[in-house]
Design a protein around this ligand. Structure first.
Ligand code: PLP
Length: 458
């Protein structure tokens, strides 16, 4: 067996993949990505593809950001690892925390707590939210409310607030006290086609749930500023401002899961800055990962507002020590990668590029909803876009899970040199944020041709 054939065989034999059936992987021909440069990747067979997935919403600077690579190598020479437990620290952790707080000062951020990825950042936020209320003497506030279709990672807390049954069922019973409400999803809701009316109705659903549970039992509401894995669902413009008001009214913390939207993907540095007037919505806790280090080294962070930080800082109960943290919290190599990433985000105006070329991508691909018989909805903002495939367009009948059409579109795209991601009936695009206009044109040309090819074969 050649080396490549061996790799393909061993993949399913020895490795269990996230979100995949282990036995099915033994039969599946894997897409083995062997090399990356700029916004492009090559599989082990030498086939060149435009990376429409951005690694997994992560490779925002593409695959050959020299500045990030150099910072990583320098850090490996200087100090490959040290912990940040209790009184211990290292220079990169300190520099990165100061840098992030400065960056998020307009959002009301006072401090940051590091971890190793998005699920960790969510878990940290959920735990800090409970501790915040305990420190304030509101010991019964332990419940979490979240959105259907939301995705918050795979730890038990995150899984419990996830809004998709597929991510929950096999691991139940989950964390007690987690409740889900309808997401403001314009394409699929039983209420209205008017976005602002939908924003109001769905915000009211949050208030009704808080009141039903008893406001003095609810710790936090957690949501993504734009839902990613759930199919790129963009809420109406009034939703987050209304949610902020409702949370304030009932003393409920607002956690913004910015693991996907953070660091430029929506065309703004943070997704919360998309919403509200005059600089965005101030959450109480933010979950950050992926784009923080452009995926070069795993890193997560939970940003803490001054409102939350003050309660910990001023504590008189003696219970404010944070009994949480990971061996690799603020890993020096991850922190060095993040510092260099932040330099590059600023130098290249990454959010600006995402906004500009993203608008072109959105405008072009939205036309698929008119031109293709099995595309029901195309939605997104900046460089995140979801294409929902349906069985019956007029009736908006969901594409059955058994349908092979989404996979066929992805295969056509792959053969034409574009990597895309399929999640249920949705094709999801999240290319690197440094993608050029020419590359976006190529992406759109390829995808249009792929949909047309599948349509012609039906
Ligand atoms: N939160 C959101 C919004 C995500 O999209 C993800 C991952 O895609 C996570 C949390 C979990 O991040 P990780 O996979 O790094 O644990």
């Amino acid at each position: 067996m050649s080396n490549i054939a061996q790799l393909k065989a061993d993949n399913g034999q020895y490795q269990w993949h996230p979100m995949a059936h282990p036995a099915a992987m033994k039969k599946t021909r894997p897409d083995i990505v062997a090399r990356g440069e700029g916004c492009w990747i090559w599989d082990v067979d030498g086939h060149k593809l435009l990376d429409g997935v951005g690694g997994l919403w992560a490779s925002n600077l593409g695959h050959s950001a020299t500045a990030v690579r150099d910072a990583i190598v320098a850090q490996l020479d200087e100090l490959p690892f040290y912990n940040t437990f209790r009184g211990t620290s290292h220079p990169r952790a300190i520099e990165l925390s100061a840098r992030l707080v400065k960056l998020m000062e307009p959002d009301g951020v006072a401090s940051v707590m590091f971890s190793s990825g998005g699920s960790d950042a969510v878990e940290t936020a959920l735990k800090l939210a409970r501790q915040y209320h305990k420190l304030r003497g509101e010991k019964d506030r332990f419940k979490f409310i979240s959105l259907r279709q939301g995705y918050h990672g795979v730890h038990f807390g995150g899984m419990s607030v996830n809004g998709n049954t597929n991510f929950r069922r096999a691991y139940e019973p989950l964390l007690p006290g987690c409740f889900h409400i309808d997401t403001p999803w314009l394409y699929r809701n039983p209420f209205t086609d008017d976005p602002l009316e939908l924003g109001e109705i769905c915000a009211e659903l949050l208030e009704r749930e808080i009141v039903f549970q008893g406001p003095d039992t609810v710790a936090a509401f957690i949501a993504e500023p734009v839902q990613g894995a759930g199919g790129v669902i963009v809420p109406p413009a009034n939703y987050w401002p209304l949610v902020r008001k409702i949370c304030d009214k009932h003393g409920v913390l607002l956690i913004a899961d910015e693991v996907v939207t953070g660091f430029g993907r929506t065309g703004h540095l943070f997704g919360t800055r998309l919403w509200g007037q005059g600089g965005g919505i101030r959450a109480d806790l933010w979950c950050l990962a992926k784009g923080i280090s452009s995926g070069y080294v795993p890193l997560g962070a939970t940003a803490i507002s001054s409102k939350v930080a003050q309660v910990f800082n001023d504590d008189k109960t003696g219970q404010a020590a944070v009994g949480h943290g990971y061996t690799y919290s603020a890993h020096p190599v991850g922190a060095a990668a993040a510092l260099a990433t932040l330099d590059e985000i600023e130098r290249l105006d990454v959010p600006g590029n995402a906004g500009r070329v993203g608008a072109v991508m959105q405008a072009r691909l939205r036309k698929l909803a008119q031109s293709c018989s099995f595309v029901g909805d195309v939605r997104g903002v900046g460089l995140m876009l979801g294409i929902e495939m349906v069985q019956d367009k007029a009736l908006r009948t969901p594409m059955p899970r058994s349908s092979d059409i989404p996979a066929r579109v992805a295969k056509e795209a792959y053969q034409r040199g574009l990597m895309v991601r399929i999640s249920g009936p949705n094709l999801i695009l999240s290319p690197p944020l440094v993608i050029s206009q020419t590359e976006v044109d190529h992406l759109c040309d390829t995808l249009e041709a792929s949909f047309a090819a599948v349509e012609a074969s039906l």
